[in-house]
Each structure stands twice: as C-alpha cells, then as structure tokens.
Ligand binder design. Structure first.
Ligand code: 5BU
Length: 480
C-alpha cells in the first residue's frame, strides 16, 4: 500500500492536483501549497486508485458503516466508486435543497440510527466534514468515521476527534513533501516553506491562550444585557427568545410579495431586510402592514439603503422623499467612505427616533475595495459613534466588543470546499459561504439570506432550514 500511495502522490503532482506557489485560501490566508483535487475527474485511472486507497484505509482502521457519503462536490465521484465497487449503499448530501419536488437535504435510503462514513478529498480545519456530519445527523444518521485523501495536518484531525469523528487519511502533508523531495520534484526550500506554513497555520488543540480561556463566550441574551442602545438590546433579545440569528433579505419588487414573504418567514427570523427603492408600488399602507407584521412576528426591519453621501444629503435621504425611511426602519446601514459626516448627518435624524445604524466594513462581492486599512478605519469610526452604530456588515469578526453585532450577507446552504479558496457565487460577483462557515469560521452573529429563502418555492421551510443551521452553528460556537 505504501508503494501505491507513493505512486499516487507522484501522479497527483503530475496532473497538478498538488501545486506549489502563492495561493489565497478561502480563509484569506496566503498558502505556499494548494490542493485542487477537482481535476481528478479527468483522470479515471487515478480517480479509481484514490477510491481504492480510501476504501483500504477505511477497512484497515476497522471502521463500521452502513452507507458512505461524499462531501460535495469533489468527493462525490470518489464515494460513488467506493459504493459501486464494494457494494455499500451511498447517500448524497445536497449543497442546496433542490427548488422543486421533495427538497431533501440527504438523498438515498437509510435507517435512522445507522452509521455513515464521510468521504472527503482534503481536510484543513475539518469544517466541511463537520458540516456534512451535521446534515447527516439532522436526519438521524450516526457519523463516527471519515476518510480523506489528503490531510493538510493543520489540526483538522484533532478538531474532528473533539466532535466525535475519527479521521483516517491516505496521506498527510509531511509525507507528501517527503515523497516529492525523494523524487526531486520540488526543491528543499519549497518543502521547508510548506512545513513552516503548516507549523504556523494550525488549528491547534490544547490550551487556549489565557485571555481567551478566561473569557467565556457570551450568549446573545447576555450580550443584549451589555448593550446601551435599545435597538441592539431588542435584537439580541429577539435572537435569544426566537432562537434565530437569521435575517431574510426580502429583495422582491412588489409590496404584496414582500408582505407575503414577511408573513411566511416571520416566525423564523430576527430581522427582515429591505431594499425599498426596488419596490414598484411602495406606499404608506405597505409600511403600515410591514410594521404590523414585524410586531406580530417579533422581528426588526433593516433598510439596506447603504447611505454614502455627505451628511446634509444623507439626512434628507433618510428622513424625506418618497420612502421616509427613518419613520419605519429600526436599522439602516452606511458606508464609511464619506467620513464621519455621514454618521453625523444620519444621527441627527435617527437618534431622536431611537434608530440604529450598521457600518459596512466588508462586503461579500468579489473584488470589493472594503478591505485592509479601509475596514480598520470603519471599525474606528463605529467605535467613535457608539450611540448610533450598533455593529457591522462584515465577512469576519472585526471587534471583540460583545455589544457590536456582526451581520454577514452572502450566505447559502452550500459547502464551500475545505480551505480551497473557492466560494460559490451568482455570476454577478456575489460570493457565498454556508451558514456554518459564516457563524463558526467567520463569527457572524446574524446571517443575511436573500435568494436562498425567497427563491425557494416554500420560503417558510427554507427559512426554518437556515434558522436551524445558523442557530446550531451559534450553539456550537458557544460550547467550544
Ligand atoms: P442574496 O440573494 O442572499 O445573495 O442577497 C444578499 C443581500 O444582501 C442582497 O440584498 C444584497 O444587496 C445584500 N448585501 C450583500 O449581498 N453583500 C454585501 O456585502 C452587502 C449587502 Br453590504
């Protein structure tokens, strides 16, 4: 088996499934090594060998399982080959519930309580395996084992062990480097660079740094108690009571459509987000009905107006015109781009009405410019206007202050590849992460979901699915 594994590593290098250079991983970290196992579908002999070695690795470990399930998408054909060659039934986890028919997240026959082996191509932190395990467990399956082709050896194995999953791998980074060095495929300097990278970028088990350990993770309810601003308090309180950290983005163009959606998803959300300027038949009656629904279902209204002008202009845009946003939106947001004047203008309108604002510190769209120094300056601006700014629209946690709320758009129920720098999108620049990644990895407090919910033929069920996924992720974060 060792000789076969050695040959496999050389083959993977030859087909560029393993590359060396300067790559940006999904987490934003620069890595000197990159695994792109998606190419193996073009090399059936190699793919077959990977599936066989995965099978033998599993069998040697003594794992018991009734079904196999590949983490979508790269590991799907691997699980298929294992299933077909060894006569073990397979399950398929949908990345997104299909928008017609039965909308099952797990396809295939199984008995509740039976065990399923997870198959994966690469493991970094183990988050994709955990996410698939969560989906399988949510329908009553038991997950105790996973098998992977390549373990990046950055702590994922230990993290999975901590959540009750034993991970077996065909090969780890250290062994891969040894083989490639032995055959002089890479210079020693590159191998050393990768070893350094792995050493410095591990999700380490063991004792946490003392400050972190001393600070217990606070629940939404506890954070609400620490907030000065009434809207922030109210939002945390709703999140705690309704067990929902889901905001639905109602990006529909008719008043009736938005009201119907708000009524359907109302029980599952903490907040409804609007783009009021896309509504063709906006009226005072619409505002009245939406406000009634917000009271009935207990959610806040967030107008995603993205104010970005000088103070005097945004004041009018907030208060006047057709929409008179300050009259009904509990929350609005603003870009930091114009400088503090944008907040000073908005505040003069909003403070008296006990309204709150979120600053856009990072965006979800590809190539956006809200990064680095701009993001840091935005956080500083928020800190200087705590009487009005209650948090951020962001893609990561930017402040340790528990009173600041982080809200993350660009979320859909889809795994986004483990550490591989890939995010799914909509073809127009939007980039998605899964609820798990948003809440656990990126530390979002609230996930914002638009099309994942309102494009579903059954938005209420879709909202419930997102609510459960995001709240379970929050509970995991609290417990760890
Ligand atoms: P989607 O259908 O889930 O992709 O909708 C996301 C919503 O969040 C949509 O209304 C956007 O305008 C909004 N959004 C975003 O997607 N990304 C951002 O960085 C910001 C807002 Br700020």
């Amino acid at each position: 088996m060792a000789a076969r594994m050695e040959q496999l590593i050389l083959d993977l290098f030859a087909i560029e499934a393993v590359k060396f250079g300067d790559f940006t991983l999904k987490s934003g970290i620069q890595s000197p090594i990159y695994f792109d196992l998606r190419v193996i579908v073009s090399y059936p002999v190699i793919m077959n060998e990977v599936a066989e070695l995965l099978w033998e690795t599993t069998k040697t470990s003594g794992a018991n399982f009734a079904t196999v399930c590949g983490v979508p998408y790269t590991a799907l054909p691997l699980a298929t080959l294992m299933s077909a060659h060894h006569d073990v039934p397979m399950l398929i986890r949908r990345k997104e519930a299909k928008d017609y028919g039965t909308k099952k997240m797990i396809e295939g026959k199984f008995e509740a309580g039976s065990s399923c082996l997870i198959v994966e191509d690469v493991v970094t932190s183990g988050s994709s395996v955990r996410e698939t395990a969560q989906a399988l467990e949510s329908v009553g399956l038991v997950v105790t084992d996973a098998v992977v082709l390549l373990d990046r050896e950055q702590g994922g194995k230990q993290k999975l062990k901590d959540s009750g999953i034993a991970l077996q791998s065909i090969c780890g980074t250290a062994q891969l480097l040894r083989i490639l060095r032995k055959h002089e495929k890479i210079p020693e300097s590159v191998a050393e660079q990768v070893r350094d990278f792995v050493r410095n970028n591990s999700f380490q088990p063991g004792p946490e740094p003392p400050v972190k350990k001393a600070r217990k993770a606070l629940s939404y309810g506890e954070r609400g108690d620490l907030c000065q601003h009434p809207v922030a308090k109210q939002l945390f309180d709703i999140m705690e009571r309704k067990k929902s950290n889901l905001a639905v983005s109602a990006d529909l163009c008719t008043a009736a459509g938005i009201l119907k959606l708000a009524d359907e998803v109302g029980p599952h959300i903490c907040m409804l987000k609007t783009h009021v300027d896309i509504i063709t038949d906006f009226s005072a009656e619409f505002v009245q009905s939406l406000t009634q629904l917000a009271e009935q279902h207990e959610f806040l209204i967030f107008e995603d107006r993205k104010f970005a002008d000088i103070g005097s202009t945004v004041q009018h845009q907030y208060q006047d015109g057709l929409y008179q946003i300050s009259g009904w939106a509990h929350l609005i947001n603003a870009h930091a781009l114009p400088g503090p004047g944008v907040l000073e203008g908005l505040k003069q309108v909003g403070l008296g009405k006990q309204r709150a604002c979120l600053l856009i510190a990072e965006m979800s769209s590809r190539g956006n410019l809200a990064t680095g120094e701009y993001t840091k300056a935005t956080v500083k601006m928020a800190e200087e206007h705590r009487d009005f700014v209650v948090g951020f629209i962001s893609q990561s946690q930017l402040s340790q202050d528990p009173a600041f709320i982080h809200m993350t758009p660009g979320v859909q129920l889809c795994g986004s590849g483990d550490g591989l720098g890939q995010r799914s999108g909509d073809g127009l620049g939007q980039q998605y992460v899964s609820p798990w990644d948003a809440v656990v990895e990126r530390r979002a407090d609230v996930i914002i979901v638009g099309r994942g919910v309102y494009k579903d033929p059954d938005p209420a069920t879709a909202a419930q699915r997102y609510q459960t996924a995001a709240f379970q992720a929050y509970q995991h974060r609290l417990a760890n």
